[in-house]
Ligand binder design. Structure first.
Ligand code: GAF
Length: 389
């Protein structure tokens, strides 16, 4: 599938700019096995890059203006690099503007580019198409102008670009988009940015994403609010237990002891975070030992926490996970990403995929009158230059 995407992108570039691109970059979306809303809480997460990507074709244009074409949106924007970077009503352009702003802030020297891009990452489904856009564009600029930005710094600058757009996100999405490796999940310590690769030992299972096909508009404000509540929670922990500096050093009992000192929401969020950090550690051990059944149970527990304590689920996602719980062939499922819509991630015993897909499609449509979208995903490499075979 991506071969056609790459061909079309380079062809479109040639038709638009009359030359061959000098640089073709592939930048993936991500899944997250477990560890949700944990990256901005100094915890551990377990994501992976996937085989759904954005393909970019670039060339320098020897001017001070960049021209960027989003093929799928049939839209183009131009940006004068000598002017101050401004936000725009066209949201997609802000991710690129945010990256340009980061390059400028960090004093990098660069000029205008011509760029076209096209994507196989569904937008608004919680697969981090925005991180892929930021990191892929930045990767291309790094290559074209020999900026010598290290991969982890590409991820950090991508994250800052996203903050500039308006979501106070953690590092997980950009990190996994840049650092992904085929068939490996990455355990990221979001406090130190140390990371280890683990075999994605899912051989008897398929990873299936069920896309609720809804996106509740609260997402940005609710995300930022959750982050703020967690900051409030950890501040209360620190002032009562001076030896503790982050949620990962807390036990659930520490939070229970502070119940009277926290608002009901801050208490629930904090308890969820402490439990989820612990679940990621257990899940990673289970994965290493090939105990995928245990990993699946932990995923179900994560969903319960996200739904009841972190309150970032919605009826559509809850139904998809309830359906999964009833199916013997689905050993784990949960909402994935920021929440309020998007996908659930499911571990489905091999051989049962088609029956499960049909079952879920029917039940979901009966309940909400909405078509379920389904993605089979494979774990792929992080952002890279396209190399012809
Ligand atoms: C979004 C954010 F961008 C990530 O940083 C992460 O917090 C995730 O939601 C929730 O785990 O994808």
């Amino acid at each position: 599938m991506n071969d056609i995407l790459i061909q079309n992108t380079t062809k479109y570039f040639q038709e638009t700019f009359g030359s061959q691109p000098s640089q073709v970059v592939l930048s993936p979306g991500r899944i997250n096995i477990i560890g949700e809303h944990i990256d901005y809480n100094d915890g551990f997460v377990l994501p992976a890059a996937i085989d759904k990507i954005i393909c970019f074709a670039f060339e320098k244009n020897n001017s001070n203006t960049s021209k960027i074409v989003a093929i799928d949106l049939n839209d183009t924007f131009e940006i004068d690099l000598s002017a101050e970077v401004q936000h725009d009503e066209k949201v997609w352009t802000n991710y690129i503007r945010g990256v340009i702003q980061q390059l400028k802030n960090n004093g990098f020297q660069f000029e205008g580019v011509n760029c076209v891009f096209s994507s196989s990452i569904p937008v608004g489904s919680g697969l981090s198409s925005s991180a892929a856009l930021e990191c892929g564009f930045l990767f291309g600029m790094n290559e074209l102008f020999n900026l010598n930005i290290k991969p982890v710094d590409i991820a950090l600058m991508g994250q800052k670009a996203e903050h500039w757009v308006g979501i106070n996100c953690g590092i997980m999405d950009q990190f996994s988009s840049v650092m992904g490796l085929e068939n490996k999940v990455i355990k990221i310590d979001c406090r130190t940015l140390e990371y280890t690769y683990h075999d994605a030992n899912f051989s008897d299972y398929s990873l299936i994403l069920f896309d609720s096909n809804v996106k509740h508009s609260l997402m940005t404000s609710a995300y930022n609010e959750r982050r703020q509540q967690c900051e409030e929670g950890i501040a209360i922990v620190k002032s009562n237990f001076p030896a503790i500096s982050s949620f990962r050093d807390c036990t659930p009992q520490n939070i229970l002891d502070l119940k009277d000192k926290m608002s009901a929401d801050v208490f629930k969020r904090s308890l969820y975070v402490v439990k989820e950090i612990n679940r990621v550690i257990l899940a990673c051990e289970a994965l290493d030992k090939g105990n995928i059944e245990l990993l699946g149970q932990l995923m179900f527990e994560t969903h319960d926490g996200l739904s009841k304590d972190y309150e970032v689920s919605c009826d559509e996602l809850d139904l998809l996970v309830d359906l999964a719980k009833k199916e013997e062939a689905v050993i784990g499922a949960r909402l994935m990403g920021g929440g309020f819509g998007g996908c659930t991630i499911n571990l489905v015993k091999k051989g049962n995929e088609e029956a499960i897909k049909a079952e879920f499609t029917k039940h979901y449509f009966d309940a909400f009158g909405i078509e379920l979208k389904i993605y089979d995903v494979k774990i792929g490499n992080g952002t890279s230059n396209y190399k012809h075979n």
